[in-house]
Design a protein around this ligand. Structure first.
Ligand SMILES: Nc1ncnc2c1ncn2[C@@H]1O[C@H](COP(=O)(O)OP(=O)(O)OP(=O)(O)O)[C@@H](O)[C@H]1O
Length: 585
């Protein structure tokens, strides 16, 4: 139960509703135990009439009266049971939402490295599946727990009061039922976890094959894909059948044990009636109803135990993530405005998970208003530089300063709002183009959206769509071409109007003419901003104020375009190669 203590704060938050719920259960149960009593009374009246030969109209009146009382008690019990569910189950839904929000908030605060270490499926599972299992503890387990305790506390003493020996006999099968249900619930849980795992394999497989349907069709491997799906689906079916087999035991087991209890009531109760230690047949009828009334709560003890165990396991998984500390922490709440001059001083950075040292003692400086181009082979550490500027990671050694302040001393929010970052792979949300651009600045007007799109040279493409800026982009923006996606992503950075613009190979999918146009627009838009452009193309770098060449995490050349084409090395080679390519066009 240690892990579940985390939830106590939610119980405190909703304590008044829960206390009220407790009293409602009490009232509901009191009315519920009255119904067997009234049924027993009716049998008693009939028995007395047959035995003593009383007045028939008096009997009729007694029966009618008791029938009304029985109906009233049943209706009131039903009404309070309804209120009880309204309290406990509704509160558990509130707590579920609170817990989901808490987990989501924590996810957002955690650093990028956390996301590299943990799979998306796992993150999703903990916020949905695990939270749902915890809710079964917060709602049904608590509700049935309270109901069972109250029912036991009221019915069993009353039964003992009416017929102590008979009560002892009829209660014997009930603990057996409880243990059996507990064992069965555990087995069901074990098998349903396996079913869940296979279901998750199946859905991952299906999702991947739909996402990659283009590749599957192009390679003509539909039959193999189908075969793989069939295999997975077959195992899934087998696991489901295993589960169904144990589930099928649940109700027969309950019915068998209720049957045994009923037989005991009739047999022992009958004997006691014959020897006169039970005054009337009504007691037997009453007991038959009580036994049936107790069956579900007794069975639920086993079920609740298994629910609590599952919730404990799920909450443990949730707590693991809630206890994670973000690696990147904001060290100052004070407002720290950013102008944009950036300096790297002997910066080394090693990715913890792969132990790859992506940057080795890198030093450079870009002043406000300047443009720096970073050129280098794939895997040389270019993207890492940009990620370090946005403090997605902290350096392993060395210092990065912005306006002469180490970036870890800047207010993290101020730093990030001062950056417009265009990642290597443009990510667009399933929303309209307009909203996707506005993501950079929620308060932007339509005119500003259009201007940003014009600056990113994508406006003409957008107006060609029948719905223009209202065009909805599908999953990951599939209705746009690679180059269009990159340019929408650039417009998103421009509209933010930040002090620092970071472009990670963001023009790779556009032709050189469009590239030139975008760069010349950027010159105007970003005249006073600091711009860092990562690229594989000389055309992107040639007009930059400074250029650095990276190789395996180290700066091997630096200078302006004119300096570097005059110097033997990677830049000159690249320049020649790309010049030849251009001539061949
Ligand atoms: N999140 C990460 N976790 C672990 N290692 C990483 C991570 N990101 C990058 N690396 C490694 O760090 C090195 C530098 O990667 P980086 O992405 O900075 O290179 P790049 O120059 O931008 O390459 P490209 O031009 O292909 O984008 C590579 O060896 C890469 O495998």
């Amino acid at each position: 139960m240690k892990e579940l203590q985390h939830l106590n704060k939610y119980f405190k938050k909703y304590k008044w509703k829960l206390i009220l719920g407790f009293f409602i259960v009490l009232v509901a149960r009191i009315f519920a135990i009255l119904t067997p009593k009234f049924s027993g009374d009716m049998i008693k009246y009939v028995e007395n009439y047959i035995g003593d030969g009383g007045d028939l109209s008096e009997l009729k009146q007694q029966l009618l009266m008791t029938l009304f009382l029985l109906l009233g008690a049943a209706l009131l019990s039903a009404f309070f049971t309804f209120l009880m569910r309204q309290m406990f189950i509704v509160v558990s839904r509130y707590m579920e939402a609170d817990l989901k929000n808490e987990v989501y908030d924590q996810y957002q605060n955690l650093s990028l490295s956390f996301y590299k270490k943990n799979r998306t499926g796992d993150l999703m599972n903990r916020i949905s599946e695990d939270v749902s299992k915890v809710r079964m503890y917060l709602g049904p387990a608590i509700m049935y727990g309270v109901t069972t305790v109250i029912l036991f506390a009221t019915v069993i003493p009353y039964m003992f009061y009416t017929a102590p020996e008979l009560t002892l006999y009829v209660l014997i099968p009930l603990p057996i039922l409880s243990v059996a249900i507990y064992q069965l619930s555990r087995l069901i849980h074990k098998r349903s976890t396996i079913v869940q795992q296979y279901l998750s394999h199946l859905s991952t497989f299906t999702q991947e094959s739909f996402s990659g349907i283009g590749v599957i069709k192009a390679y003509g491997i539909e039959p193999q894909t189908y075969e793989n799906f069939e295999k997975l689906s077959e195992t899934n079916k087998e696991k489901n059948l295993d589960l169904v087999k144990v589930q099928a035991f649940f109700f027969p087991l309950m019915i068998a044990l209720i049957g045994v209890s009923n037989l005991l009531v009739i047999y022992i109760g009958g004997k006691k009636y014959i020897d006169g230690s039970i005054p009337d047949l009504g007691v037997i009828v009453e007991f038959l109803i009580y036994v049936n009334m107790l069956t579900w709560p007794v069975a639920s003890v086993g079920w609740i135990t298994s629910l609590v165990q599952q919730a404990e396991a799920s909450q443990k998984r949730i707590n693991e993530f809630l206890k994670e500390k973000p690696e990147i922490v904001n060290k100052t709440e004070a407002h720290t405005p950013v102008n944009g001059s950036i300096k790297f001083d002997n910066v080394t950075f090693t990715y913890e998970d792969t132990n790859i040292t992506a940057l080795k003692e890198v030093s450079f400086e870009v002043n406000q208003g300047e443009t720096l181009a970073i050129i280098g082979k794939t895997g040389s550490g270019k993207s890492t530089i940009l990620e370090l500027i946005g403090r997605l990671y902290d350096t392993t050694s060395g210092v990065i300063t912005v306006d002469d302040t180490p970036i870890d001393q800047l207010n993290l929010k101020d730093l990030r709002t001062s950056i417009g970052y265009v990642p290597q792979e443009a990510f667009l949300f399933s929303d309209s183009i307009n909203e996707n651009i506005k993501f950079g600045n929620n308060n932007a007007t339509d005119a500003q959206v259009i201007q940003a799109a014009k600056d990113a040279v994508v406006h003409n493409n957008i107006v060609d769509f029948s719905k223009g800026y209202d065009t909805i982009l599908g999953e990951r923006g599939i209705t746009l071409s690679g180059g269009q996606k990159q340019r929408v992503s650039i417009a998103r950075a421009i509209i933010k109007d930040p002090q620092i613009l970071l472009f990670d190979d963001s023009l790779s999918a556009v032709d050189t003419e469009t590239e030139e146009e975008i760069l010349s627009n950027l010159k105007k838009v970003a005249a006073t901003k600091t711009t860092i452009l990562v690229s594989h193309r000389i055309s992107s770098a040639k007009n930059a104020d400074k250029i650095i060449i990276l190789e395996e995490g180290e700066i091997i050349q630096r200078g302006t375009h004119a300096d570097l084409i005059a110097e033997e090395g990677y830049y000159q080679e690249l320049y020649r190669k790309q010049l030849d390519e251009k001539e061949m066009e």
